[in-house]
Design a protein around this ligand. Structure first.
Ligand code: ADP
Ligand code: NI
Length: 213
């Protein structure tokens, strides 16, 4: 893997995320990149494609950059600036379009590199950091932390998931986070997900205990 190229990619994407505080910041990208690389090594995947796709996976996120979401302009421009061949660019942009959780019918990436990036992104939505991100994100959208009168929408497919409104950050655990373990592609990620899910369950137990006094 060309380390200088990767450093450049990280620096370019860092500029895009400056100032974001809803849990979608550059540090999320950096963690996903590191985790994806670890998974890629275990899976014998192509390290450079995995690394670049991970680094660019949120550069055209629907929520962060709706105007470039469709054609992945930010990612494409950075790949061109880095001098990546058009064939490899196409493979990377395809991975980016397959990564996101959109509901129970979320796409499964075709390539092993895409599977590693998707697992890494989902692992970062779990565990202690996942909990922090859920509340940070919910807060940024004006969501309540918890409201026992608002019930979660369970097992939503993409059409239903996209329409969830007026939910809470605690509901997000049931609407997405507890679904992720069984959606992992790689064995290594499934193991980490099992531990992180356990931690999230313990967190909620304590949360309800304190809530109910
Ligand atoms: P990702 O970066 O994993 O693709 P998203 O763009 O879906 O994730 O969301 C960013 C973070 O915010 C994730 O940790 C996700 O679980 C969390 N999140 C997404 N939607 C909500 C929500 N409605 N309420 C609380 N947290 C959310
Ligand atoms: Ni992400």
């Amino acid at each position: 893997m060309n380390e200088i190229l990767i450093e450049k990619a990280l620096a370019l994407v860092k500029k895009l995320f400056e100032g974001n505080s809803d849990g979608h910041d550059f540090f999320h990208t950096e963690r996903v990149y590191k985790t994806a690389l670890k998974l890629a090594k275990t899976e014998n995947a192509d390290l450079e494609i995995t690394a670049l796709a991970a680094i660019l996976h949120d550069a055209d996120d629907r929520k962060l950059s709706p105007e470039t979401y469709e054609n992945k302009l930010n990612a494409g421009n950075i790949l061109t600036e880095l001098g990546i061949d058009s064939e490899i660019q196409t493979a990377i942009l395809k991975i980016i379009s397959e990564v996101s959780f959109v509901g129970t019918d979320s796409p499964v990436p075709d390539s092993i590199e895409g599977k590693c990036v998707q697992d890494a992104d989902r692992l970062d939505a779990m565990g202690a950091i996942g909990i922090a991100r859920a509340f940070a994100f919910g807060g940024s959208r004006g969501r309540q932390m918890y409201n026992p009168d608002i019930k979660p929408t369970l097992n939503a497919d993409s059409r239903t998931y996209a329409k969830i409104e007026n939910s809470t950050s605690v509901n997000h655990f049931y609407e997405k986070l507890f679904l992720l373990k069984d959606m992992m592609n790689t064995e290594a990620a499934k193991q980490i997900a099992t531990e992180r899910e356990q931690f999230m369950k313990e967190f909620l137990e304590e949360f309800y205990k304190e809530w109910n006094g």
